[in-house]
Ligand binder design. Sequence first.
Ligand SMILES: Nc1ncnc2c1ncn2[C@@H]1O[C@H](COP(=O)(O)OP(=O)(O)OP(=O)(O)O)[C@@H](O)[C@H]1O
Ligand SMILES: Nc1ncnc2c1ncn2[C@@H]1O[C@H](COP(=O)(O)OP(=O)(O)OP(=O)(O)O)[C@@H](O)[C@H]1O
Length: 659
Amino acid sequence: MIEIKDLWYTYPGRSEPTLKGINLRVEKGEFVLLTGPTGCGKSTLLKTLNGIIPHESGGIFSGSVKIKGMETTESNQIEISKEVGLVFQNPDDQIFSTTVEDEVAFGPENLCFERKEIDRKVEEALKIVGMSGHRLASTNSLSGGQKQRICIASMLAMAPEVLAMDEPVSQMDPRGTHEVLNTVRELNRKLKTTILLVEHRLHELAPFVDRIVIMDEGKIVFDQPASKAFDHLEVFYRLGLRIPEPVELCHSLGIKASPLSVSGALALLDTEDFRKNINIFQPSPNPEKSTVVIKNSSRKPSTENNNSENNNSENNNSENNNSENNNSENNNSENNNSENNNSENNNSENNNSENNNSENNNSENNNSENNNSENNNSENNGYENNDCKNNRSSIVSIQDLWSGYEKNKMVLKGINLEINKGERVAIMGTNGSGKSTLLLHLAAILKPDKGSVKVFEEDTRSKNPYSFAGKVGFVFQNPDLMLFCDSAEEEARFGPVQLKYSNIEERVKNSLEAMSILPFRYDLPQALSRGQRLRTAVASVISINPELILLDEPTTGQDRMNIEQMMDFFKNNNSTLIFCTHDIEVAMSYATRILVMNDGKIIADGKGKEVIKDTESLRKASLTQPPVVEIANHLGINAFSVKELVKTLTSRSAEGIKC
Ligand SMILES: Nc1ncnc2c1ncn2[C@@H]1O[C@H](COP(=O)(O)OP(=O)(O)OP(=O)(O)O)[C@@H](O)[C@H]1O
Ligand SMILES: Nc1ncnc2c1ncn2[C@@H]1O[C@H](COP(=O)(O)OP(=O)(O)OP(=O)(O)O)[C@@H](O)[C@H]1O
């Protein structure tokens, strides 16, 4: 279906080629996942499939791209697009109709189907992506994830033979992602649709695909069936790519297999061979009834063991504080002790570099007070303990907030929320549940219909977004809405210049460096990959060093290395962070608190380790537990990361053997 031979491509204005001798063959009916570090050329390769490159892009193109034998350079785009449906990386680049119905009907109309048939196709496609109820909605009124669903529906309605999808589910909630991928997989099987899908969330997508292809620096460097791909973990580690937790767990335990699912991992853990070696537990389908059997040990299972596990994990923390701070696995909220230490260190460093800035000095003084109070209460880490909470300065205070975009159609329905200085709060929940809307209120971009929002003790109703310039930084879900300068470095310079800060060049350099954008500092932002553009937008905010940072899905479209680098930066930074995410693993690793939203309400609020156990709220909010937590539950073990689970299992094993 797809045959690419020795493909080289250089964008206009670039001296270096982006694609460097690509050879790839995809058979009819194959479902291929294409992944690789941000900026390696994945989107560029997809754009050659439907002829956007070189027909619209210009640039220097050589080699051959054939779809069903049709050479794309020799065919016109209308012909090619009958065969290849492309789901764009940025839904705003794809959607152009004013209503959902028109958008999805556009393809079938152009293929000249009968009216009745078009209606049926639109209905069917909207049903698949869970958007039937939005058929008559305006496309402008959709949330980010809802827009992605519409983009997928538009392509499904045309039923092309080749489907090229560029991060089609990056902004979708986990359950939506699962449901849509299941259906896409069914169609792929039933209709023999050939699918080439680009995604960084390969840990979630791997179970759906036949084959995994990895690119690096414009070349294909890896190509394996999905069932075997993770036998070569070194490649994934080297390129900073994510790995399914069941695979990581089994490899860490020395099991030579790469299960892609929880059930696959449990089956392996339940084998005679493995139990003979570790011999510590009996997996049970019901976590409540799980028993832990320690060889030759008189220690009793059930609750006692759970306690001992808690003890273990606390011990782990103290170990982690010393040696493993750089490892994201250990970044659970119990590590906050070490985090606080880190951030204090940073504060003192910052004090040195930013003495000239009176605003920052104020906030830093507050921090040091704050840190003192945190130190006095090292166990509670702040937000959970009411005494401590009262001692800390409140940054956000929301009382009974009701808000909507249209009259009589409330999106936020009675939000009450207090956020204190220094917290890192993740907001999670179903697409369209109101997460972005809530963030827009915190930046005073939206105003309450009822109730009140106070930021830094100021009622947002009497403020405009500029009132908080320098104190509140906001990165939109779509970074393209905030990039308007001629280079990445100009983007990072803009804020500090406007705010007349000192040490501007140092701020620019540090922020670009922190987001790995320094090598592209002179590039036009529009000539960067999406991951690079998003990090440029983040750099343009952190160069201001605001006290409150609001990030709307900052890790979408980033590889593992960049996610860790970005989130480690915020972890070690003294600002208060509120970020929306659909990535439960990121939230668990980096947030001190998780809010779960559904239908405009906060339905759960607590430490990651508490929220993750509230399966009813997770279900309502279309969230799922991370695979490692599911596996631990089945084993009756209290663990929240691969490292914690491995440590518990192996320390028990050692104990069992010793006994
Ligand atoms: N329009 C353009 N003009 C010039 N260079 C570009 C353009 N678009 C992309 N590039 C460059 O080509 C390289 C590959 O970009 P591409 O978008 O294909 O990467 P990607 O692998 O899809 O990244 P991501 O995972 O971040 O989406 C990047 O270094 C980028 O700077
Ligand atoms: N400009 C707008 N006009 C009208 N309705 C809107 C507008 N923006 C958002 N909405 C509606 O408000 C609801 C909440 O949208 P919001 O973007 O806050 O959701 P979200 O939880 O951030 O979703 P996602 O996870 O998809 O980003 C959605 O039903 C959406 O359709």
